[in-house]
Design a binder for this molecule. Sequence first.
Ligand SMILES: Nc1ncnc2c1ncn2[C@@H]1O[C@H](COP(=O)(O)OP(=O)(O)OP(=O)(O)O)[C@@H](O)[C@H]1O
Length: 242
Amino acid sequence: MALLEAAGLGKRYGTKRVLWDVDLAFEAGEIAGVLGVNGAGKTTLLGCLAGMIGWDRGEVRLGGERLDRGRLDQRQRMMFLPGEGFHFGGADTIRNAAIFSELWRGIEAQPPIDLEEWLERLGLLEIAFESVETLSRGERYKAVLLALHCADPEIWLIDEPFAAGMDARGMEAFRQLVLAAATRGRCIVYTTQFPELAARFADRVVVVGSGGVLLNESTKDRDPEELIRQLGQELGIHGAHS
Ligand SMILES: Nc1ncnc2c1ncn2[C@@H]1O[C@H](COP(=O)(O)OP(=O)(O)OP(=O)(O)O)[C@@H](O)[C@H]1O
C-alpha cells in the first residue's frame, strides 16, 4: 500500500483552478521529484499533501487512511519544508534541530544522524551556535535541513531544495542525507525546476500541469538522457525532442 496518496485531488484559489483530479501515490523509501512550469501548482500540491493547504475535491491518504487536516497525529507524520525554510526565533542551529526533534519525536529521542559529522559536512560547524536568523540564506536553509533530519518524519515534502541558496557542498550533503533517509524508509517528495536533477536524483519523476499529472514515471531502468528529453518536452523546453 502506498504511504502517501492524492486521489482525485483538486484545489481552487477563488475562481482559479490550480489542481484538478490529481492522482498520485508515493511509497515508503521512495524519492520523488515533482516538476512543472511556474504556476503549475507544485507548491500547492505539496502543501495539500502535507495538510497545510485545504483542497476542494478528492482526498489525501496517509497509509491508506483519509488525511484529516485537524488530526495532529497524522500531520506529525510529515513535514513540509518551504523554499525559504523556517526556524524557531532566536535559536541557534543546534537548539533549532533539538526543538524539531523534540516536537516530532519526543524529548528522549536521539538524532537519527551524527549531528557533529553533518554540521561539518554541511559547513555549519563553525557557526553552529549562531542564531539561525543571522545566518546567510544558504546557511539558514542548511540549518533548517538539519532540523528536518532531526525531526525525521515519515514523509518529507520539500519545496525547491536545489534553489534554496545552498552551495555545491550543501547540495551534495543534502543528497546524501536524503538517500540515507530513504534507506530508513522515509518518503521524500521534492519539487524542482531542473529535469536533469530529477532524472538522476529520484526514483520517480512527476510533471504537473494543466491541473493534472502530465507524467508519472519510475526512473528505474530508464536512460537518464532520454528521460531528461521527455521531461523537457512535457515542460515545453524548446528543442527537447527525442
Ligand atoms: N494563496 C494563493 N492565493 C491565490 N492564488 C494562489 C495562492 N497560492 C498560489 N496561487 C496561484 O496558484 C497557482 C499555482 O501556484 P504554485 O505556487 O502552487 O505554483 P508552482 O508550480 O509552485 O510555481 P513556481 O514554479 O513559480 O514556484 C499560481 O497561479 C498562483 O498564482
